[in-house]
Design a protein around this ligand. Structure first.
Ligand code: ZN
Length: 281
């Protein structure tokens, strides 16, 4: 590279950098109040990644809703459970977990898709379904699986599908002429989600916002202990009444997986504010 080309490249890089500042909420998440928060997940327990934050938001006078796309009717290694039984168990566990966080049962919405096959559903129908809920709830903040900032992120299939379906629904919800029957016949209105907290279960590189969950660790741990069909011995041999030892094992697992930053327990997110079109920028 010539010296002139080098200077040119440096200038271009600086312009590119200047156009993409790291986003941060104007008001720290710990101080949010009176907001409507909508979390979209693929399975009952996807929201567990954010349980400390959801407990905090609920305690601070926000309205928290959890929308789960699938019934979770596949994820077991217990040969005795049927799909119908598992779906019922997962619903019960999720309601118990949310109750620990103070989130009322009527704020849990399950859209009833089959576990493990979300990306093979009719995408238009799923997006339409999510758009309807976005237009109904009109969330100030949408929480969802992070589809990735700099490149397409690989998630396991339902999480990958949920990431893109959520982003696509957020984008579609703002256009009056998309799914316009919801507006002309159902009394809903187009809506643009202004802020996002995007979560991720193993790659923390894109995170720009960490919520201090120090006061909500116990609620997070207690909520997690209700997922007896997904963790601990119940994954292979479900017991509706797990022993004290089994419950302790699940609580220890939850505690061991809490993210730490500067010595404090946190939950990390990629915060984004702006047009949904630029969610990945
Ligand atoms: Zn999941």
């Amino acid at each position: 590279m010539t010296k002139l080309a080098g200077i040119f490249f440096a200038c271009i890089s600086m312009v590119a950098f200047a156009q993409e500042p790291v986003q941060k909420p104007d008001v720290p998440v710990e101080k949010w109040t009176k907001k409507t928060i909508m979390l979209i997940g693929a399975h009952a327990d996807d929201d567990a990644l954010s349980h400390g934050t959801l407990a905090l938001l609920q305690a601070h006078g926000n309205q928290v809703y959890v929308v789960t796309l699938t019934t979770g009717n596949v994820g077991t290694q217990d040969p005795k459970l049927s799909r119908t039984q598992l779906a019922e168990i997962r619903r019960k566990e999720e309601l118990a977990a949310l109750a620990e966080l103070g989130i009322p049962g009527e704020h849990y919405i399950n859209l009833g898709y089959d576990d493990g096959l979300l990306e093979f559903e009719d995408r238009k129908a799923v997006v339409e379904n999510l758009v309807r809920w976005i237009r109904k709830l009109r969330p100030d903040v949408l929480m969802a699986w992070d589809p990735g900032k700099n490149y397409q992120r690989w998630h396991k299939s339902d999480h990958r599908a949920a990431a893109y379906l959520s982003a696509d629904a957020a984008r579609a919800a703002m256009w009056r002429l998309l799914f316009e029957g919801q507006i002309t016949q159902e009394g809903l209105h187009e809506y643009m989600v202004p802020e996002y907290l995007l979560y991720n279960d193993y790659d923390h590189n894109d995170e720009n916002t960490w919520v201090d969950i120090s006061d909500y660790v116990e609620k997070k741990v207690n909520a997690f202990s209700h997922y007896a069909s997904q963790y601990g011995p119940g994954w292979k041999n479900y017991n509706p009444n797990p022993s004290e030892v089994d419950i302790k094992q699940m609580k220890d697992y939850a505690r061991d997986h809490i993210q730490m930053k500067n010595g404090e327990p946190v939950e990390g997110f990629r915060y984004y504010k702006g047009l949904p079109d630029a969610l990945g920028k």
